[in-house]
Ligand binder design. Sequence first.
Ligand SMILES: [Zn+2]
Length: 208
Amino acid sequence: MRSIIGYFYKKSSEGYGPSALGGFAFYTCISVAIIFLSASKCTKTNAQSELSTNNTGSKMTWNDVLKICKDGNEKPDNRVEKSDAEWRNQLSAEDYRITRLKGTESPYSGEYCERHDPGLYACKCCGTLLFDSGKKFDSQSGWPSFTQAIKNNVIHYDQDNSHGMLRVEVSCNVCDAHLGHVFPDGPPPSGLRYCINSKSIKKIDHGK
Ligand SMILES: [Zn+2]
C-alpha cells in the first residue's frame, strides 16, 4: 500500500504532497474508473429495460383477437421456414405431430402444466420467445396457460372451425408451429387464456 501511495505522492522536506506525474496518473485512474462505472450502469439499465419489456408483454384483448382473425395478422420480426423433411429430422415424433400437424397433447401430461418458476418460454421449433412465466397461471385445464404473449407479433391467430367448434388457433408467427388455442375465459385484466401444448414450447431460465 505504501509503495502505491508513494507512486502518487513524493516525499518532500515538508511531508507528503502530490507530485506532478503522480497527480496526473492518479486523476487518470479516477477518470477511467468513473467511465467504467458509468458504462456498467448503462449496461445494467439496458438489461433491466429488456426484462421489463418482457414482463410487460403484449396487451391483447378478445376483441383484438377477433379483429386480427378478420383483418389479418401482424408481420413477425423475422421468418423461419424449413421443409417438412427438415422439421421431421429436427423434432421428436410427438413434437412433430403437435407442432407441425396441429396435434394436442393429453391434458395434465405436459411437463410445463404445473410449473410456475420464473423463466421465459420459447417456440420448440424456432426458438422465438413467446411467453413469460410472469403471465402464466393455473387454469386447472391440464395445459400450460398464459394471459398474454411476450409481444403481439410473435403469435399468429386463425379462426378454427374444426371439431364442430368455433375456436381461435394460436401458432408461432415466425415458423407456423401450432401452439394451441386462445379463449376469452382467462383472468383479468386481459381476460385471455392462451392454452398451450407443453410440447410446443421450451423453457429458458433467466440468465441462461
Ligand atoms: Zn416458431
